[in-house]
Design a protein around this ligand. Structure first.
Ligand code: G
Ligand code: G
Ligand code: NA
Length: 253
């Protein structure tokens, strides 16, 4: 069977599931949110990385269906954690640029929120700079999404082509510093300068800034020292299943 055909049947065969990576306030260690990350476990192919199957899903026109499943599952999980006594302040979900091309992303998001009962303010959609810099429909879509009440974050910030003038006019609330800059923050002067510049930019534009790929206490301390108090990365937690997240964060907070 072709991998394309396997992917198309992956949802109905229960091969798709989510993991969640905590987002943490650096100075207190408090849980401020989770990012939902999709996984595909196939009996023949094993665990297929999203970097492989997301582009494939985009190419075969499966991304809208997959994206809707991911969003609905993650929103249901947020409500379920709440019932189990764990209040997760924010849910971040990735949106592919192709989900915008297919039109009614706003209707889809609105429908999922209504069906699951998650408050729009608790949802933050992550889009890459390529989505942001697409003109026309995409910008209209982003404005519609804001009207629904969900937040927007720019993912992998610093790796794309966002014009600063454009950024200022966009209804986004959060910049996520790409993990490639965080990786060598204590040894590479350029990465250090870029990270500090992004934090400053966030401050100037009144945007919240979160660092991705934080793996060491040293990196966390650097961020805090330079005014960024939000982080996500292996230093805090790998992406984990919903039950593990509850077990680990449910008691403490
Ligand atoms: O979890 P991992 O590092 O393997 O993710 C690799 C890439 O796949 C990341 O850049 C991530 O943004 C993307 N990704 C993970 N989950 C989703 C999803 O639900 N939708 C989309 N569009 N991309 C995702
Ligand atoms: O680009 P995006 O944020 O969607 O990527 C999320 C992916 O990054 C996840 O698949 C996760 O496994 C990976 N990731 C998360 N934290 C770290 C980290 O601290 N170091 C590295 N190398 N990868 C990470
Ligand atoms: Na992301």
């Amino acid at each position: 069977l072709l991998i394309e055909a396997m992917l198309r049947r992956s949802i109905e065969k229960n091969e798709i599931y989510l993991q969640y990576q905590p987002q943490v306030e650096i100075d207190t260690g408090r849980l401020i949110g989770v990012e939902a990350l999709v996984r595909w476990q196939n009996p023949e192919l094993g665990l297929v990385p999203p970097a492989r199957f997301i582009p494939l899903a985009e190419d075969i026109g499966f991304i809208s269906q997959l994206g809707k499943w991911v969003l609905a599952e993650a929103c249901r999980q947020m409500v379920s954690w709440q019932e189990d006594g764990l209040q997760v302040p924010k849910l971040a979900v990735n949106l592919s640029v192709r989900q915008f091309e297919r039109g009614s992303v706003t209707l889809m998001v609105d429908q999922v929120l209504r069906e699951t009962g998650l408050e729009p303010q608790r949802l933050q959609l992550e889009v890459t700079e390529s989505v942001i810099m697409n003109t026309g429909d995409t910008l209209a879509c982003i404005n519609d999404l804001r009207a629904v009440g969900v937040g927007l974050a720019i993912d992998d910030f610093g790796t794309g082509y966002s014009s600063l003038a454009y950024l200022k006019q966009l209804p986004v609330q959060t910049l996520k510093i790409d993990r490639s800059f965080i990786k060598d923050i204590s040894s590479d002067a350029n990465d250090e300068a870029i990270t500090v510049a992004i934090i400053q930019l966030g401050k100037s534009l009144n945007l919240s800034v979160i660092a991705e790929g934080v793996e060491t206490a040293e990196q966390a301390a650097f961020l805090l020292r330079h005014g960024c108090n939000r982080a996500q990365g292996f230093y805090y937690s790998q992406p984990v299943g919903a039950d593990e997240l509850l077990a680990h964060w449910g008691r403490r907070h």
